[in-house]
Ligand binder design. Structure first.
Ligand SMILES: [Zn+2]
Length: 440
């Protein structure tokens, strides 16, 4: 078993080019094989190579496929009399051939018994390239360009390499073309953190490389995490009218794991996503729910480490409230609450706003609907308060409590009845959440 593993590892790690078959030319034989590389198993692309042979003297002609070691692998055209200037065609479909380099070999014996040979190489490649994305820098948080280094093992060189950048929830934000190295065995790029000409906002991203080989086979690397952090301009929002007939329910604090898991279950059953602004202390206390939130595709935002009245703290204390929340989400779920922040009690002053921007949060998310769920109104009352006040693009402040959790299924039904689909902030903002405004 160990030996097998070692052999497989050696094969995967081997360079893409097997010992190349060397072309042989002849003054009396012209030979072409098109394409020079193909995949016998492909469905849409070339599954065979078309061979054309033109001879300038008469004789007996045969066409064979030879392996890279030299022996004949199969005979395509048996010995056949040909006249000077005649054309012979054949196809090779590679049936049963293992991936590698082969030669199409033409043998011509003229009337005097003199033999001449010509050979042109072809490659059979039925395997997707094995693409790897190297670790991104030293694992530190990126503020500037990030070295993207990819490698690929395959029997044919890469023709294209693309970096795909996803949000931490797996939404594709954009792609970047990575220049392929001259040997086709990889590619590299000092990526400036721009997508669609816009700078990536602070946050956690999933990066992977997709490689396309010479015959169109596609291989994809595993994902790598990228943490981006830097100061940004903070914007305060109360609603997002341009989002259309949707509503952003956002649940704060996350004290009760039971209520938290219940809300997640209700949204899963309703096939909808929502948003949570949890305090760092509660993320630390409820790691299972924290990870389930991201796995369920919900948006997370920061609500400070310990729920203080931010304006009552010094500037450095406010910054550490934000840093604590960022670090616990990374520790617990390899995730980031950026770009969304909601201050406890909605309280913020100029010092708070400066700290929020300095710590990389592009949006302070307040609300235009407050049903006072912290007073534990009866579910019907809570649902009525929200549906009466909600408009397209509204953002609602709620809390992760047993009382509110019990009202969630009916709340989702009632909102849908009024034509408002519950969405997470990721869904309401779309790609715009993660790309800085076009400037500089
Ligand atoms: Zn709160």
């Amino acid at each position: 078993m160990l030996a097998t593993t070692l052999i497989v590892a050696a094969l995967i790690g081997s360079p893409f080019t097997p010992r190349a078959v060397v072309p042989v030319t002849s003054p009396t034989i012209a030979i072409t094989a098109t394409p020079t590389a193909f995949n016998p198993q492909a469905s849409a692309r070339a599954t065979e190579t078309a061979i054309v042979v033109v001879v300038s003297v008469a004789g007996t002609l045969s066409v064979d496929v030879v392996t890279e070691a030299g022996p004949v692998y199969s005979n395509l055209v048996p010995a056949t009399p040909v006249t000077a200037g005649s054309t012979t065609t054949a196809n090779w479909d590679g049936a049963g051939a293992v991936d590698g380099s082969y030669g199409i070999q033409v043998t011509l014996v003229n009337a005097a018994g003199v033999t001449s040979q010509a050979l042109t190489p072809v490659v059979v490649d039925s395997t997707a390239p094995v693409v790897r994305l190297a670790a991104l820098g030293s694992g530190k948080t990126a503020v500037g360009p990030v070295p993207i280094n990819g490698t690929a093992s395959d029997v044919t060189p890469l023709t294209r390499l693309t970096l795909t950048v996803e949000s931490q929830l797996g939404a594709t934000l954009g792609t970047v073309k990575v220049p392929v190295s001259s040997d086709g065995r990889g590619g590299s790029l000092d990526w400036n953190l721009r997508l669609r000409k816009r700078l990536l906002q602070p946050g956690v991203y999933h990066l992977r490389l997709t490689g396309v080989d010479g015959v169109g086979n596609v291989g994809e690397s595993a994902s790598r995490l990228l943490r981006v952090d830097r100061a940004v301009k903070n914007n305060i929002i109360y609603s997002l009218r341009e989002a259309g007939p949707v509503i952003g329910l956002a649940f704060d604090d996350c004290v009760s794991e039971q209520a938290w898991l219940s809300i997640l279950k209700s949204f899963r059953a309703a096939k909808a996503h929502t948003t949570f602004f949890c305090n760092g202390v509660n993320v630390r206390a409820n790691p299972t729910a924290a990870r389930a939130t991201l796995a369920g595709g919900h948006t997370i935002g920061s609500h400070t480490w310990a729920h203080p009245e931010m304006p009552s703290l010094s500037a450095s204390e406010q910054v550490s409230q934000l840093k604590g929340d960022k670090e616990i989400w990374w520790r617990v779920a390899k995730a980031s609450p950026m770009p969304f922040f909601r201050p406890p009690y909605g309280l913020h002053n100029a010092t708070t706003d400066a700290a929020i921007g300095a710590e990389g949060f592009a949006y302070t998310v307040l609300w235009d609907v407050d049903p006072s769920d912290y007073l534990n109104p009866a579910p019907g009352v809570l649902v009525d308060r929200i549906t009466r006040n909600a408009r397209p693009g509204s953002i609602v402040v709620l809390h992760v409590s047993a009382n509110t959790a019990a009202a969630v299924p009916e709340l989702i039904r009632a909102l849908r009845g009024r034509g408002l689909e519950p969405e997470s902030l990721d869904e309401m903002f779309g790609v715009a959440a993660y790309l800085a405004p076009r400037s500089r």
